[in-house]
Structures are given as C-alpha cells and as structure tokens.
Design a binder for this molecule. Sequence first.
Ligand code: GDP
Ligand code: MG
Length: 302
Amino acid sequence: MSIQWFPGHMTSARRKAAETMELIDVVIEILDARLPEASCNPIITELRLHRQRPCLKILNKADLADPAVTRAWLDFYNRQAGVKAVALSCKSASDAAKIPRLCQPLAPHRNSTHKPLRMMIMGIPNAGKSTLMNMLLKRRVANVGDEPAVTKSQQCHPINERMTLTDSPGLMWPKIEHPVDGLMLAAIHAIGRNAVIEEDVAAFLANTLLARYPALLAARYDLDVEGLDGVGVLEAIAKKRGCLLKGRGGEPDLEKAAMVFLTEFRSGKLGRISLETPETRAAMLKAHRGGVTSSGNQPTGR
Ligand SMILES: Nc1nc2c(ncn2[C@@H]2O[C@H](COP(=O)(O)OP(=O)(O)O)[C@@H](O)[C@H]2O)c(=O)[nH]1
Ligand SMILES: [Mg+2]
C-alpha cells in the first residue's frame, strides 16, 4: 500500500502560500539532503514557477547525508535555471548565517530599506524550517519539533532593515506518485505517524541500506548481512536488542525493532547515509515511465 498524507490544514496552507508567493522575492526551499528530490514538494515548485520566483534550495541536514552524494545533488540543482543550491546544517549558526547572502543575488533589485529582500521559507514537515527561522532571527519564534507538522501558521519577521523572512507551515502534496518516495519520506519522519506502518518503512529502509550501505548496517548491529533481506535485518536487530514478544517463546517483536532501527537512522547513529542519488532517481523515473509499475512491480529506487 502506498503512503499518502495530506491533512486538512495543508489545503489552507497551500492557499496561503500561493497568496504570500505574490508578496515575496525569493523562496528558501528546505530539502532533506538525504533524499533531495523525494523531499522536493511539487506544489512548492508549481507555486514558485507560476510567480517566477527564484529559489535557494537548501539541502539541509547535510550532517546526516553521504557527502559524495550531496555533492552530486548540488551539481544537479545548480544546473537548474533560477535555482541556487547549497548543502548545510541549519542547526549550525554559521551555516544558517550564510543564507541571506546566498539569497541576495537571486533578487539583486531588492536591496534597500524601501525595497527589502523578502524571503519565504518553505518545505515539507520536519525539514528544519523552524530551526532555520530561529537561527536567522537569533531568537525563538518557531517551535522546533521532531514530530512533523508543528508549525501551523505563517508569519513575516524583519531580519534587518533590508531583509524580511516569512515562515510557512510544512506542506505535503495530495498524491505521492512514486511509492518509494512515500517510504523514503516516512523513513526520515516527514509523514505523520498515523499514515504509515513503521514495520514496512523499516523493512524498506533495511533493504535500501543492504543495497547501498551494508557495512554501516553490519557495524551498527554487529550483523552478518550476507543473505539477509529487509525483514531478516529487523529480526536480527530484534534479537540483538532483546525486542521479544512477551509470552511467545522469544519470538522477535518486529514492531519494536522497527522503531529502534528508524530512530537510530533518523538521528544519524548508523552513519552518514543518502537514500537516493541523481542516478538512482533517474533510473527510478525511467522504470516508472517504462511502465514497470503498471506490470505490478514497484520501482526499487535504488
Ligand atoms: N541533524 C540535523 N537535524 C536537524 C537539522 N535541522 C533541523 N534538524 C532537526 O530536525 C527536526 C525538525 O526541525 P524543525 O525545525 O522543527 O522542522 P520544521 O517542521 O520544518 O519546522 C528537529 O528535531 C531539528 O532539531 C540539521 O541540519 N541537522
Ligand atoms: Mg516548524
């Protein structure tokens, strides 16, 4: 079953973002560096292209992503018209401080007290919007949370007399076209908990890591990954961590193991991992276009 998550408040958030788009000069779009394209909301792209607004794409949480893959993504985005891309960690004050300087050249005519540079932060839930907002304003204006959809309203704040910053709530889109995108988004916790089955997400993540980062998986859980599949990895984690179902003769508690695994991945305990690369993305899209999905097989995205 594919994952979909577009709670009611996001319909009004989309409408409000469309209105605000008219009144700003540059979109600061926060992506997750571990899955930049899967975390790139097509609604945000549509809204900004409709108003022809340039975009600073921030590959945030770069501290958690595979640096070589992040470099490939920066090349990918920096070739796009009207786009500047940068990889950083919004949790770092010095990284966040670079952002206004990177936005300015995207709208050079907006650089005075009469015509301040008006920026809007956009992105999917849990991408780091509030963290960045607080860093740039050097005070706590937005609640930071590791649960998606903490920010619900939209506010404009002056940074200095030549720049303003507007926050916006996390926005998803009504239909996630590729099932693998839904799984990747759930893996990084961009999707509300009630819309996902954690065990499926964890098995997907384990399969991805078996294919791309088997050594990190083996090292973290002291596993021999040879011959294991995703569910096999969860069973092994359950045994190693003592996640066993009570009164069932020591059967592994896969749900509990899934939570352990997802939590450790999300906090970077397994190491620096990227879930997609420009190549895996292109291959996934090609397979999708070639009708692999219509024959019943899901693209693996790897
Ligand atoms: N490792 C890491 N965590 C981050 C970074 N930026 C934000 N976070 C964490 O991601 C979670 C979501 O951040 P938040 O700013 O509330 O996201 P929002 O939903 O987009 O407003 C919080 O736990 C933050 O501490 C980053 O650059 N690196
Ligand atoms: Mg927020």
